[in-house]
Design a protein around this ligand. Structure first.
Ligand SMILES: Cc1cc2nc3c(=O)[nH]c(=O)nc-3n(C[C@H](O)[C@H](O)[C@H](O)COP(=O)(O)OP(=O)(O)OC[C@H]3O[C@@H](n4cnc5c(N)ncnc54)[C@H](O)[C@@H]3O)c2cc1C
Length: 291
Protein backbone atom coordinates (compact mmCIF):
# COMPACT_ATOMS: atom_id res chain seq x y z
CA UNK A 1 0.00 0.00 0.00
CA UNK A 2 2.97 2.35 0.28
CA UNK A 3 2.77 3.45 -3.36
CA UNK A 4 -0.96 4.17 -3.11
CA UNK A 5 -0.39 6.11 0.10
CA UNK A 6 2.42 8.07 -1.59
CA UNK A 7 0.17 8.86 -4.53
CA UNK A 8 -2.72 9.99 -2.29
CA UNK A 9 -0.38 12.02 -0.13
CA UNK A 10 1.02 13.81 -3.21
CA UNK A 11 -2.52 14.62 -4.40
CA UNK A 12 -3.61 15.88 -0.99
CA UNK A 13 -0.58 18.10 -0.44
CA UNK A 14 -0.76 19.42 -4.01
CA UNK A 15 -4.22 20.74 -3.18
CA UNK A 16 -3.13 22.29 0.11
CA UNK A 17 -3.86 19.51 2.61
CA UNK A 18 -1.62 19.72 5.67
CA UNK A 19 -0.84 16.00 5.58
CA UNK A 20 2.37 14.68 7.10
CA UNK A 21 4.14 11.64 5.65
CA UNK A 22 5.43 9.37 8.41
CA UNK A 23 7.92 6.52 8.29
CA UNK A 24 7.33 3.61 10.72
CA UNK A 25 9.92 4.87 13.22
CA UNK A 26 8.21 8.27 13.27
CA UNK A 27 4.85 6.58 13.82
CA UNK A 28 6.31 4.54 16.67
CA UNK A 29 7.76 7.67 18.30
CA UNK A 30 4.50 9.63 18.03
CA UNK A 31 2.17 6.75 18.95
CA UNK A 32 4.09 4.46 21.36
CA UNK A 33 1.01 2.32 21.91
CA UNK A 34 0.73 1.42 18.22
CA UNK A 35 2.17 -1.73 16.65
CA UNK A 36 4.16 -0.41 13.70
CA UNK A 37 6.44 -3.33 12.80
CA UNK A 38 4.16 -4.36 9.91
CA UNK A 39 3.61 -0.84 8.57
CA UNK A 40 5.33 0.59 5.49
CA UNK A 41 4.40 4.19 6.28
CA UNK A 42 1.52 6.37 7.45
CA UNK A 43 -0.12 9.72 6.78
CA UNK A 44 -1.33 12.10 9.44
CA UNK A 45 -3.63 15.08 8.87
CA UNK A 46 -1.91 17.68 11.04
CA UNK A 47 -4.52 20.44 10.72
CA UNK A 48 -7.85 20.97 9.01
CA UNK A 49 -9.05 17.45 9.75
CA UNK A 50 -11.10 15.85 12.47
CA UNK A 51 -14.57 14.53 13.13
CA UNK A 52 -17.90 16.10 13.83
CA UNK A 53 -21.45 15.32 14.90
CA UNK A 54 -23.20 14.38 11.65
CA UNK A 55 -26.73 14.98 12.90
CA UNK A 56 -25.74 18.39 14.24
CA UNK A 57 -24.23 19.33 10.86
CA UNK A 58 -27.41 18.27 9.08
CA UNK A 59 -29.61 20.25 11.51
CA UNK A 60 -27.38 23.30 11.01
CA UNK A 61 -27.83 23.07 7.23
CA UNK A 62 -31.60 22.81 7.67
CA UNK A 63 -31.74 25.77 10.03
CA UNK A 64 -29.75 27.97 7.71
CA UNK A 65 -31.76 26.86 4.66
CA UNK A 66 -34.99 27.77 6.49
CA UNK A 67 -33.55 31.14 7.45
CA UNK A 68 -32.84 31.77 3.78
CA UNK A 69 -36.38 30.92 2.77
CA UNK A 70 -36.49 27.19 2.08
CA UNK A 71 -39.70 25.37 2.98
CA UNK A 72 -39.55 21.85 4.39
CA UNK A 73 -42.64 19.71 3.89
CA UNK A 74 -42.90 16.44 5.82
CA UNK A 75 -44.16 13.53 3.78
CA UNK A 76 -43.25 10.50 1.74
CA UNK A 77 -43.09 10.73 -2.04
CA UNK A 78 -44.95 7.73 -3.49
CA UNK A 79 -45.31 8.85 -7.09
CA UNK A 80 -43.31 11.00 -9.48
CA UNK A 81 -45.32 12.58 -12.28
CA UNK A 82 -43.82 12.58 -15.74
CA UNK A 83 -44.78 14.16 -19.02
CA UNK A 84 -42.56 12.76 -21.77
CA UNK A 85 -38.94 13.67 -20.99
CA UNK A 86 -39.90 15.96 -18.09
CA UNK A 87 -40.86 15.33 -14.49
CA UNK A 88 -43.71 17.60 -13.53
CA UNK A 89 -44.36 16.90 -9.87
CA UNK A 90 -44.70 14.44 -7.01
CA UNK A 91 -47.54 12.85 -5.05
CA UNK A 92 -47.18 12.25 -1.31
CA UNK A 93 -48.51 9.28 0.62
CA UNK A 94 -51.21 11.47 2.19
CA UNK A 95 -52.43 12.48 -1.28
CA UNK A 96 -50.94 15.96 -1.49
CA UNK A 97 -49.51 16.82 -4.89
CA UNK A 98 -46.75 19.27 -5.71
CA UNK A 99 -45.71 20.49 -9.13
CA UNK A 100 -42.03 21.11 -9.85
CA UNK A 101 -39.76 22.75 -12.39
CA UNK A 102 -36.79 20.69 -11.25
CA UNK A 103 -36.69 17.65 -8.99
CA UNK A 104 -33.61 16.76 -6.93
CA UNK A 105 -33.41 13.17 -5.79
CA UNK A 106 -31.82 13.45 -2.32
CA UNK A 107 -33.51 10.35 -0.92
CA UNK A 108 -30.39 8.64 0.47
CA UNK A 109 -30.91 4.89 0.55
CA UNK A 110 -34.39 5.44 -0.93
CA UNK A 111 -32.91 7.00 -4.08
CA UNK A 112 -33.31 3.98 -6.38
CA UNK A 113 -36.97 3.67 -5.42
CA UNK A 114 -37.51 7.38 -6.07
CA UNK A 115 -35.72 7.20 -9.42
CA UNK A 116 -37.83 4.12 -10.23
CA UNK A 117 -41.01 6.15 -9.67
CA UNK A 118 -39.86 8.33 -12.58
CA UNK A 119 -39.00 5.26 -14.67
CA UNK A 120 -35.26 5.83 -14.19
CA UNK A 121 -32.54 3.57 -12.84
CA UNK A 122 -29.46 4.01 -10.70
CA UNK A 123 -27.26 1.21 -9.36
CA UNK A 124 -27.55 2.16 -5.69
CA UNK A 125 -28.65 -0.13 -2.87
CA UNK A 126 -28.54 -0.02 0.94
CA UNK A 127 -25.61 -1.82 2.56
CA UNK A 128 -25.46 -2.18 6.32
CA UNK A 129 -22.57 -0.65 8.27
CA UNK A 130 -22.22 -1.24 12.03
CA UNK A 131 -20.51 1.01 14.52
CA UNK A 132 -19.30 -0.12 17.92
CA UNK A 133 -18.42 2.00 20.94
CA UNK A 134 -15.98 0.33 23.31
CA UNK A 135 -14.32 1.03 26.62
CA UNK A 136 -10.67 0.28 27.23
CA UNK A 137 -9.60 0.76 30.82
CA UNK A 138 -6.32 2.56 31.51
CA UNK A 139 -6.18 3.89 27.97
CA UNK A 140 -6.31 7.61 28.70
CA UNK A 141 -2.95 8.10 26.95
CA UNK A 142 -4.19 6.34 23.81
CA UNK A 143 -7.44 8.29 23.94
CA UNK A 144 -5.55 11.58 24.20
CA UNK A 145 -3.24 10.98 21.24
CA UNK A 146 -5.26 8.72 18.93
CA UNK A 147 -6.32 10.44 15.71
CA UNK A 148 -9.00 9.00 13.43
CA UNK A 149 -6.93 5.91 12.71
CA UNK A 150 -7.52 4.01 9.50
CA UNK A 151 -5.77 0.68 9.46
CA UNK A 152 -4.53 -0.91 6.22
CA UNK A 153 -7.17 -3.61 6.83
CA UNK A 154 -9.91 -0.97 6.41
CA UNK A 155 -10.67 -0.96 10.12
CA UNK A 156 -11.09 2.47 11.66
CA UNK A 157 -10.99 3.59 15.27
CA UNK A 158 -11.07 6.95 17.00
CA UNK A 159 -11.74 8.39 20.45
CA UNK A 160 -15.39 9.08 21.33
CA UNK A 161 -15.34 11.02 24.57
CA UNK A 162 -13.67 8.77 27.12
CA UNK A 163 -14.43 5.74 24.94
CA UNK A 164 -13.56 4.67 21.39
CA UNK A 165 -15.63 4.18 18.28
CA UNK A 166 -14.79 1.60 15.62
CA UNK A 167 -16.08 -0.11 12.48
CA UNK A 168 -15.18 -1.87 9.26
CA UNK A 169 -16.86 -2.74 5.98
CA UNK A 170 -17.89 -6.41 6.13
CA UNK A 171 -16.28 -8.81 3.67
CA UNK A 172 -18.05 -8.89 0.27
CA UNK A 173 -19.74 -12.23 0.95
CA UNK A 174 -21.30 -10.79 4.13
CA UNK A 175 -22.44 -7.52 2.54
CA UNK A 176 -25.77 -8.03 0.72
CA UNK A 177 -28.45 -5.43 0.01
CA UNK A 178 -29.98 -4.86 3.41
CA UNK A 179 -32.81 -2.83 4.92
CA UNK A 180 -32.74 -3.98 8.56
CA UNK A 181 -30.92 -2.25 11.40
CA UNK A 182 -29.80 -5.34 13.34
CA UNK A 183 -26.25 -4.97 14.60
CA UNK A 184 -23.95 -7.73 13.39
CA UNK A 185 -22.08 -8.44 16.61
CA UNK A 186 -20.13 -11.28 15.03
CA UNK A 187 -18.38 -8.66 12.91
CA UNK A 188 -16.88 -7.22 16.06
CA UNK A 189 -15.84 -10.60 17.48
CA UNK A 190 -14.54 -12.11 14.22
CA UNK A 191 -12.86 -9.18 12.52
CA UNK A 192 -12.79 -5.91 14.43
CA UNK A 193 -11.48 -7.03 17.79
CA UNK A 194 -8.59 -9.11 16.36
CA UNK A 195 -7.77 -6.16 14.08
CA UNK A 196 -7.76 -3.71 16.97
CA UNK A 197 -5.51 -6.01 18.97
CA UNK A 198 -3.14 -6.40 16.04
CA UNK A 199 -2.72 -2.62 15.84
CA UNK A 200 -2.60 -2.00 19.59
CA UNK A 201 -2.05 -4.83 22.06
CA UNK A 202 -3.70 -2.88 24.84
CA UNK A 203 -6.98 -3.26 22.99
CA UNK A 204 -6.98 -6.90 24.09
CA UNK A 205 -9.09 -6.03 27.13
CA UNK A 206 -12.01 -3.99 25.85
CA UNK A 207 -15.75 -3.98 26.35
CA UNK A 208 -18.42 -3.00 23.84
CA UNK A 209 -20.77 -0.57 25.52
CA UNK A 210 -22.94 0.51 22.60
CA UNK A 211 -23.46 -0.36 18.94
CA UNK A 212 -25.74 0.61 16.09
CA UNK A 213 -26.28 -0.01 12.40
CA UNK A 214 -26.89 2.38 9.53
CA UNK A 215 -26.94 2.02 5.76
CA UNK A 216 -24.62 3.27 3.08
CA UNK A 217 -26.37 4.30 -0.14
CA UNK A 218 -23.93 2.05 -1.96
CA UNK A 219 -23.16 2.77 -5.59
CA UNK A 220 -22.53 -0.67 -7.08
CA UNK A 221 -20.57 0.77 -10.02
CA UNK A 222 -17.82 2.68 -8.25
CA UNK A 223 -18.84 3.66 -4.69
CA UNK A 224 -18.95 7.30 -5.68
CA UNK A 225 -21.68 9.91 -5.86
CA UNK A 226 -24.04 10.28 -8.81
CA UNK A 227 -24.58 13.99 -9.35
CA UNK A 228 -26.45 16.17 -11.79
CA UNK A 229 -29.04 15.81 -14.50
CA UNK A 230 -30.35 12.60 -15.99
CA UNK A 231 -29.14 12.41 -19.57
CA UNK A 232 -32.68 12.20 -21.05
CA UNK A 233 -35.01 13.50 -18.34
CA UNK A 234 -32.99 16.64 -17.79
CA UNK A 235 -35.03 18.20 -14.97
CA UNK A 236 -34.51 15.09 -12.80
CA UNK A 237 -31.32 15.78 -10.83
CA UNK A 238 -29.38 13.21 -8.84
CA UNK A 239 -27.57 13.78 -5.54
CA UNK A 240 -27.18 10.13 -4.70
CA UNK A 241 -24.99 7.10 -4.07
CA UNK A 242 -22.57 8.64 -1.59
CA UNK A 243 -21.44 5.22 -0.37
CA UNK A 244 -20.21 6.29 3.04
CA UNK A 245 -18.62 9.63 2.30
CA UNK A 246 -21.61 11.86 1.73
CA UNK A 247 -21.24 14.01 4.82
CA UNK A 248 -17.82 15.28 3.97
CA UNK A 249 -18.94 15.97 0.41
CA UNK A 250 -22.27 17.53 1.34
CA UNK A 251 -21.24 21.23 1.40
CA UNK A 252 -19.71 20.92 -2.08
CA UNK A 253 -22.60 18.85 -3.44
CA UNK A 254 -25.22 21.23 -2.07
CA UNK A 255 -23.49 24.20 -3.61
CA UNK A 256 -22.82 22.40 -6.90
CA UNK A 257 -26.43 21.29 -7.35
CA UNK A 258 -27.68 24.78 -6.44
CA UNK A 259 -25.35 26.26 -9.07
CA UNK A 260 -26.52 23.75 -11.63
CA UNK A 261 -30.12 24.77 -11.06
CA UNK A 262 -29.64 28.53 -10.80
CA UNK A 263 -26.89 29.14 -13.37
CA UNK A 264 -27.13 26.10 -15.62
CA UNK A 265 -23.67 24.74 -14.75
CA UNK A 266 -21.11 24.07 -12.01
CA UNK A 267 -19.28 27.26 -11.01
CA UNK A 268 -17.18 26.68 -7.89
CA UNK A 269 -16.10 23.09 -8.44
CA UNK A 270 -16.55 21.08 -11.60
CA UNK A 271 -18.47 18.01 -10.39
CA UNK A 272 -19.21 16.69 -13.86
CA UNK A 273 -16.92 13.67 -13.34
CA UNK A 274 -19.70 12.30 -11.10
CA UNK A 275 -22.37 12.77 -13.76
CA UNK A 276 -25.02 10.23 -14.79
CA UNK A 277 -23.37 9.67 -18.17
CA UNK A 278 -20.72 7.45 -16.55
CA UNK A 279 -23.48 5.18 -15.23
CA UNK A 280 -24.87 4.87 -18.72
CA UNK A 281 -21.35 4.24 -20.13
CA UNK A 282 -20.50 1.79 -17.35
CA UNK A 283 -17.32 3.84 -16.78
CA UNK A 284 -16.44 3.77 -13.06
CA UNK A 285 -14.67 6.66 -11.33
CA UNK A 286 -12.55 4.74 -8.88
CA UNK A 287 -10.97 6.20 -5.78
CA UNK A 288 -7.99 4.68 -4.00
CA UNK A 289 -8.34 3.85 -0.31
CA UNK A 290 -12.05 3.96 0.44
CA UNK A 291 -13.38 2.88 3.83
C1 LIG B 1 -22.32 3.91 9.71
C2 LIG B 1 -22.11 5.05 8.77
C3 LIG B 1 -20.95 5.81 8.86
C4 LIG B 1 -20.73 6.88 7.99
N1 LIG B 1 -19.59 7.60 8.12
C5 LIG B 1 -19.37 8.65 7.29
C6 LIG B 1 -18.17 9.42 7.40
O1 LIG B 1 -17.30 9.14 8.22
N2 LIG B 1 -18.00 10.46 6.53
C7 LIG B 1 -18.93 10.77 5.61
O2 LIG B 1 -18.72 11.72 4.86
N3 LIG B 1 -20.06 10.06 5.47
C8 LIG B 1 -20.30 9.00 6.28
N4 LIG B 1 -21.44 8.24 6.13
C9 LIG B 1 -22.31 8.50 4.99
C10 LIG B 1 -23.26 9.62 5.22
O3 LIG B 1 -23.95 9.44 6.43
C11 LIG B 1 -24.22 9.67 4.02
O4 LIG B 1 -23.49 9.70 2.82
C12 LIG B 1 -25.13 10.89 4.10
O5 LIG B 1 -25.82 10.94 5.31
C13 LIG B 1 -26.11 10.83 2.95
O6 LIG B 1 -26.91 11.98 3.01
P1 LIG B 1 -28.16 12.09 2.07
O7 LIG B 1 -28.76 13.43 2.37
O8 LIG B 1 -27.80 11.73 0.68
O9 LIG B 1 -29.15 10.93 2.57
P2 LIG B 1 -29.90 10.77 3.95
O10 LIG B 1 -29.20 11.49 5.05
O11 LIG B 1 -30.18 9.32 4.10
O12 LIG B 1 -31.26 11.56 3.72
C14 LIG B 1 -32.23 11.06 2.82
C15 LIG B 1 -33.58 11.51 3.30
O13 LIG B 1 -34.53 11.23 2.28
C16 LIG B 1 -35.68 10.72 2.91
N5 LIG B 1 -36.44 9.93 1.92
C17 LIG B 1 -36.12 8.74 1.35
N6 LIG B 1 -37.07 8.34 0.49
C18 LIG B 1 -38.05 9.30 0.52
C19 LIG B 1 -39.28 9.46 -0.13
N7 LIG B 1 -39.76 8.55 -1.00
N8 LIG B 1 -40.03 10.55 0.15
C20 LIG B 1 -39.58 11.50 1.02
N9 LIG B 1 -38.40 11.41 1.67
C21 LIG B 1 -37.65 10.31 1.42
C22 LIG B 1 -35.16 9.89 4.06
O14 LIG B 1 -36.16 9.70 5.04
C23 LIG B 1 -34.04 10.79 4.55
O15 LIG B 1 -34.51 11.73 5.48
C24 LIG B 1 -21.69 7.17 6.99
C25 LIG B 1 -22.86 6.41 6.90
C26 LIG B 1 -23.07 5.37 7.77
C27 LIG B 1 -24.33 4.55 7.65
Amino acid sequence: GRDILRHNHATQTEFGGDIVWMEPDELAAKYPWMTTSDLAAGCWGRTGEGWFDAYCLMQSFRKQARRRGADYIDGEVVEVLRDGQQVTGVVLKDGRRFGCGQLVNAAGTGCSKLAGMAGLEIPVEPRKRCIFVFDCRDAADINASCPMLIDPSGLYVRPEGEFFITGIAPPKERDPECWDFDVDHSLFDDIIWPGLYARCERFEAIKVINAWAGHYAYNLLDQNAILGRHTDVANFIFANGFSGHGLQQSPAVGRGIAELITTGGYETLDLSVFGYQRIRDNAPVLELNVI
